[in-house]
Design a protein around this ligand. Sequence first.
Ligand code: 13P
Length: 251
Amino acid sequence: MRQKIVAGNWKMNKNLEEAKQLIKGIKKGIKNTESDARVVIAPSFVNLNSAIKRSKKSKIEVAAQNMHQAKEGAFTGEVSASMLTNLGVNIVILGHSERREYFNEANDLLAKKVDAALKNNLEVVFCFGEQLEDRKSENHFKVVETQLKEGLFHLKKESFSKIILAYEPVWAIGTGETASPEQAQEMHAFIRGIMEKQYGTEVANAISILYGGSVKPANAKEIFSKPDVDGGLIGGAALKTEDFVAIINAI
Ligand code: 13P
């Protein structure tokens, strides 16, 4: 079922104590919220265990920011899907543009990661989005379509109940420059259209498509008001209690 979701991607921020404080603040902030959106936070691996414990008895769900595709083995520094589920993590972010850009994660690798996540019953927030040059050359629809095809279209229809899409135009991430609500809606409608063509109306209508890229309390409401925008993947503003709570309340 299509759901509203506000997810905070903490990236490489917050030590244990800071993470505790932020969770405490969010819990308090959303206690009486009227928003029916799912609230997700994605702290770094080292803080997942504590975050899981501290999020119990609240509506906060805890996601990982990445994982390795292999079941286990000699992959120094990596974390497997079953290590995550064993902690109580049910969601993993895959394909973030920073993973694609700085760690050379390409669509074929991401397809394997998606498979490993689904095999372990993890829900996947699958990120994708065009670079500034792609948009300038009006190639952005093609780029997004290719990312979806190569990363996800090997999946069976049924798998999409465990997939959340996150459109994050790279030029809007951490830059303070958001896609306009119209640009976001245009791309989200395009994405839903591709999903419909590939998997049918039911899957297309049921999938949640989040927008990410400089979402702030000041612009969240307008972006979230667009019919094909089901929520946000928030970076910088997810690191401040008041901002994150305000964004949750904007949906
Ligand atoms: P900002 O909200 O800081 O632009 O980051 C967006 C993002 O990359 C979330 O995954």
